[in-house]
Design a protein. Structure first.
Length: 607
């Protein structure tokens, strides 16, 4: 079994909500990608639903130095532990297995089994590993897990006080919890060697992933150790009870058995339910892994290339929002309305060619040019973001990373908030917008110029956001443009439209590529016709996609214009109702009307 994907998160607080919303800039089936199902025989979790949504079919690995569940306090002989707080942090992360450090068991300070206290509150299975005798009881490490391991092993490690590693083998992976010596680089180096030697001696033929998680008590891991181990957790600081915060808690994967993995995400979110900074002097670290051998895959390749999965494509309105490289709007170019794909692709924001097939596009691991395939995209703008080698095109075979939160989103959130508050400066733009544009080869945004001359296309009620007003109108429109092109296909577009109160956009026509009329067209300038549109008598053509006008393909002007789709039904948006979902009828009935229905929704109940 080889790891294919990781989502890596370092948590300092509040839950991260994994949105399943569609990106309204796509056409076809825009639901979140289906990752299948994964069952667990764990008991009910008392905090279930209070954390961020679990992406189905994922394995979450975590480590957390609990500081004896005391928060930042230094124990002076009385029991200051708050097990509810520590358990809530663990439950909000919802790990499948978590390594825990600094656990007392029946000491004079804590006259209880701390790991069992956490197990009772989280519904997880406890496995304790004593490292030393301490204050009349035990002190050590442990794990909590949702499913029972097949076997476990505890091994000795060097330290000024005795240290241990605790190995638990599960069906799909091995998880090793540890807490390294805090005083000696030599001891930490030797600890890595001991664990690596144990794996080599006992799991030489093991092909499943092997993880190491814990408080390693150093912000710089030994170079020799990284020859056999790869850090897959966040680079954010995890030890915070100091004037110089540092990263000393890690999740690593063993590379000696050549596992295949891709880092999907690292982040440091916060929890509204509880302030993690008060629960321990460390922050928890969470890793979520995707694995081919146990069916942890998705279907982005199939979705973007199949002719039977909705035929998604970019809308013309969104395509028009990509700037020219010099920072001027595409819609300010002469004749932009009737440009065909090869012409409209020239000198554009680099993200345009990273989002849809444009002239020069080649599939990964292929030397042949690939034009848009209209059989797989209804709009003609065939999406390529996330698309990998053709070997992953079969159903549910993709294993590459799909971002949930990126630095770009944080930067754009910052810029938008400052702009809406009226406090945005050019320095803020240089900090948050310029790096994104630099990476895409686009000139920087000027606050003064944007506000002096707002882009008419973005300000239009037909193509943009007519409800933006005020002194910062121009720059707010530009930040909305930036969010649209940077965060496309990242399940944020719908929620942006909701925040901006722009639901009427859903009523606009869904259009795509421009065609001047019937004929054969080379969409990527490789000298080969890619599509033929005909009327009357069907011509002889070598084009792979052949469509009869006004029967198999429709253009906005009848005989010419933009591809127009979904014209056989009317889309209606109710401004007074549709920004809120209806309250479920069951909840209304259970409360006998104490919960009222949202405005505009009629559920047939008389209370």
């Amino acid at each position: 079994m080889k790891i294919k994907r990781f989502i890596l998160l370092a948590f300092s607080g509040c839950c991260l909500a994994l949105s399943g919303a569609a990106c309204s800039g796509l056409e076809g089936d825009n639901s979140d990608f289906d990752f299948g199902d994964m069952t667990s025989d764990a008991p009910d979790n008392p905090y279930d639903g209070q954390g961020y949504d679990r992406l189905p079919n994922s394995v979450r690995l975590a480590t957390y130095n609990t500081h004896r569940c005391e928060g930042w306090t230094q124990n002076s002989g009385t029991d200051r532990a708050n097990y509810n707080n520590t358990a809530k942090v663990i439950s909000l992360m919802d790990p499948d297995v978590i390594a825990l450090q600094e656990l007392d068991k029946n000491t004079t300070w804590h006259q209880t089994d701390q790991l069992q206290e956490l197990a009772d509150r989280t519904g997880m299975r406890p496995y304790y590993c004593k490292t030393i005798s301490y204050r009349g009881g035990d002190y050590g490490i442990g794990i909590l897990c949702k499913t029972a391991p097949k076997n476990t092993y505890a091994g000795d490690l060097p330290g000024t006080e005795a240290r241990k590693f605790f190995l638990a083998e599960f069906d799909g992976y091995i998880f090793i919890a540890t807490h390294f010596c805090h005083q000696s680089d030599e001891n930490r180096q030797r600890s890595f060697e001991i664990i690596t030697e144990y794996i080599a001696a006992n799991y030489a033929a093991y092909t499943k992933p092997i993880y190491l998680a814990g408080d390693l008590n150093t912000s710089k891991l030994p170079a020799a150790a990284l020859e056999s181990w790869k850090i897959i957790s966040t680079s954010a600081n995890t030890f915070v009870n100091t004037s110089s915060p540092s990263r000393i808690d890690y999740v690593l994967v063993y590379t000696g058995n050549s596992p295949s993995y891709e880092v999907l995400r690292t982040a440091v979110p916060s929890y509204e339910e509880i302030n993690v900074m008060t629960v321990s002097d460390h922050l928890p670290v969470l890793a979520r892994a995707y694995n081919t051998a146990i069916g942890l895959k998705h279907d982005v390749n199939g979705y973007l290339t199949s002719i039977t999965m909705g035929r998604p494509g970019l809308l013309k309105n969104i395509a028009n929002m990509y700037l020219m490289k010099d920072g001027t709007p595409f819609t300010s170019q002469p004749g932009w309305e009737t440009m065909q794909l090869p012409e409209e692709s020239k000198n554009r924001d680099g993200r345009f060619a990273q989002t849809v097939r444009t002239p020069g596009y080649k599939r990964i691991d292929d030397t042949a040019l690939s034009a848009p395939n209209l059989a797989a995209t209804m709009t003609g703008y065939q999406l390529v973001k996330y698309l990998q080698s053709a070997k992953y095109d079969s159903y549910n075979a993709s294993t590459n990373d799909l971002p949930l939160l990126r630095a770009a989103e944080v930067m754009l959130n910052y810029a938008e908030a400052k702009a809406e508050l009226g406090t945005l400066t050019q320095e803020d733009i240089d900090l948050a917008i310029k790096p994104l544009r630099d990476r895409a080869g686009v000139a920087n945004l000027s606050l003064t110029k944007a506000n002096a001359s707002p882009d008419p296309y973005l300000a239009s009620p037909e193509t943009g956001y007519a409800n933006v007003t005020g002194d910062n109108k121009g720059v707010i429109l530009e930040i909305r443009r930036e969010r649209t092109v940077e965060l496309l296909m990242e399940n944020l577009r719908y929620w942006d439209i909701m925040r901006w109160k722009e639901g009427k956009r859903f009523e606009k026509p869904f259009t795509g590529l421009y065609f001047p009329g019937t004929g054969s067209y080379d969409l990527n300038n490789d000298g080969v016709d890619d599509v033929c549109i005909w009327s009357g008598s069907k011509p002889a053509t070598s084009a792979p996609a052949v469509y009869e006008l006004n029967k198999e393909i429709f253009l906005s002007g009848g005989d010419s214009g933009y591809i127009i789709i979904h014209t056989d039904y009317a889309r209606s948006w109710n401004e007074e109702r549709d920004y809120l979902y209806p309250v479920p009828t069951d909840d209304r009935v259970l409360t006998q009307g104490a919960i009222t229905q949202n405005p505009g929704w009629n559920d047939g109940l008389n209370f």
